[in-house]
Design a protein around this ligand. Structure first.
Ligand code: ZN
Length: 159
């Protein structure tokens, strides 16, 4: 399951930016978020603060800029240790994770997310990786050894 993210671009330094819509001035005049493909209206408080992007778009950028680089570096380092092929770029990782919240939900317990290699020997290359829940991934591979309680993720709804 791969979703292309059209509203976010990664620059040469690995920093994420929001793509503005072609009709950004018109969207702004109508009180809408100017991010490409975003249909959210800005709340009055945001307009008062001269914000152009809605809080959801700003949060996505924040999440990526605070986690993408570190996550990719860690994945690459662990792949190197285990001699697994690795060629994912930041933009590719971003496309793979899509809207899955992988950057904040990556982990090893039930209810969290794994970056799975579809064919393990092929390694971390575009087309061979997907985000799976830990439950799905352990079902695919070995037997689940223990079951952790489902984490409370209600706070994510605010994003
Ligand atoms: Zn938006």
């Amino acid at each position: 399951m791969r979703r292309e993210i059209k509203s976010i671009v990664i620059d040469s330094l690995g920093k994420a930016h929001l793509n503005c819509a072609n009709n950004a001035p018109q969207k702004r005049a109508r009180g809408k978020c100017v991010t490409a493909h975003c249909r959210n209206y800005l709340p009055a408080s945001a307009i008062q603060n001269h914000n152009k992007h809605c809080s959801k778009c700003m949060m996505r950028i924040w999440r990526i800029n605070s986690g993408l680089k570190a996550t990719l570096a860690r994945l690459r380092e662990r792949a190197r240790e285990r001699a697994i092929p690795f060629s994912l770029t930041e933009q590719q990782l971003l496309e793979v994770i899509g809207d899955s919240n992988y950057l904040i939900l990556k982990g090893r317990v039930r209810g969290m997310l794994h970056l799975d290699r579809i064919i393990p020997a092929k390694g971390y290359v575009m087309g061979n990786v997907q985000v799976l829940s830990v439950t799905e991934n352990t079902a695919k591979g070995a037997v689940e050894k223990h079951i952790d309680p489902e984490p409370n993720l209600d706070w994510l709804d605010e994003f």
